[in-house]
Design a binder for this molecule. Sequence first.
Ligand SMILES: Cc1ncc(COP(=O)(O)O)c(C=O)c1O
Length: 459
Amino acid sequence: MNTHLSANDISKVIEADRAHVWHHLIQHKPFETIDPRIMVEGRGMRVWDATGKEYLDGVSGGVWTVNVGYARESIADAVRDQLVKLNYFAGSAGSIPGSQFAEKLIEKMPGLSRVYYTNSGSEANEKVFKMVRQIAHKRYGGRKNKILFRERDYHGTTITALSAGGQPERGAQYGPYTPGFVEVPHCLEYRAQWDVENYGERAADAIEEVILREGADTIGALCLEPVTAGGGVITPPAGYWERVQEICRKYDILLHIDEVVCGVGRTGKWFGYQQYGVKPDFVTMAKGVASGYAAIACAVITEEVFDMFKENPDDPLDYFRDISTFGGCTAGPAAALENMRIIEDEGLLDNTTAMGERMLGNLRGLMEKHGVIGDVRGKGLFLGAELVSDRSTKEPVDEKQAQAVVAECMAQGVIIGVTNRSLPGFNNTLCFSPALISTADDIDAITETVDKALTKVFG
Ligand SMILES: Cc1ncc(COP(=O)(O)O)c(C=O)c1O
């Protein structure tokens, strides 16, 4: 670590944090007796906390974000240069990096053509929900306004994004919710809900059943993660996406893919939906777009949808009456452009595929040794290992045990994740999403540490 804090400086920082910062995702009572963790520095795959302890980061900044690794000077330079030229102007005008990044992004997304900049993944999803509602008003007398979402998926933290959330514990105490959001069943074959051969098609047919129950003329869009992230790293079974696409076409339902986690390389292709040949109407993305070097999110849309918002210029309500103030920050697209250049020039998509296969192989190896691993799944450098107390009944381990594995890895200097207070009884999937720059040694170090932690917690 380059930054050397004196013991006195560290204790001042910790005391200020303890006194004034409300951390995300965490119960604060323990901080009355133990110190909150303060992260100080990062380089490549590694981070250091305020006590100087070094960690190998197996989850890219905790929540699958820092895809190109820490301390990328070229991104910092691009952001700095842009900030001193023009830091901000409202999104009613364009900007140089905004137009350049949009062009570059669209090159990677055949069939889509418009980029709408926003602040966060939640908000990008809300923009699409608003577009779908507006289309319902413009085209269908307000009727086709419902939005389908899937059990176990997550689309964000705001009240309306939580209304589209399939993870009950995330939303348990934040209702009442926005009306018009309807849940369809998850597609995790390991937790099969139907005893059939063609599981993927059957799970997609369950979406059609909901459409028929609700009335296709009331449904505007279907919003899905390509690979479910926080709901347990769920890769879709074969045949699922083909059938989903068919169903959307059959009932004139717009397809919104939430790429907030999978987007920009995480699965080994630019976008997760490209692994499955899907043709979406909307794609939203956030975390990996600029690897956390600047806040940027966006919704990407087909020209056909875009055209609906300029049909009748004499009508003062015909356009998309929406803004996010910080969607006009230029640091985001400046960082995103350089982030994309790095992924291309360093061949990080191929590396992600290769290292993802290595990690999947390592995790399958651990499965042979540890009966507590019931299932291993994922795509690219986006993997999960579901822990069960009994392989035949698939009884999930207690979430405290899953958390103990994470804590043990942390103590040994490796950061991994776990499904966190999302699904009652099913917060039992360890999560891995190391940066796309991972080497074979990094991957092996992560899985070796998991091996030791599983032995320590489960024997
Ligand atoms: C799939 C998915 N969509 C949306 C979001 C929300 O993104 P943000 O936290 O940037 O609002 C997340 C965050 O974890 C996510 O995993």
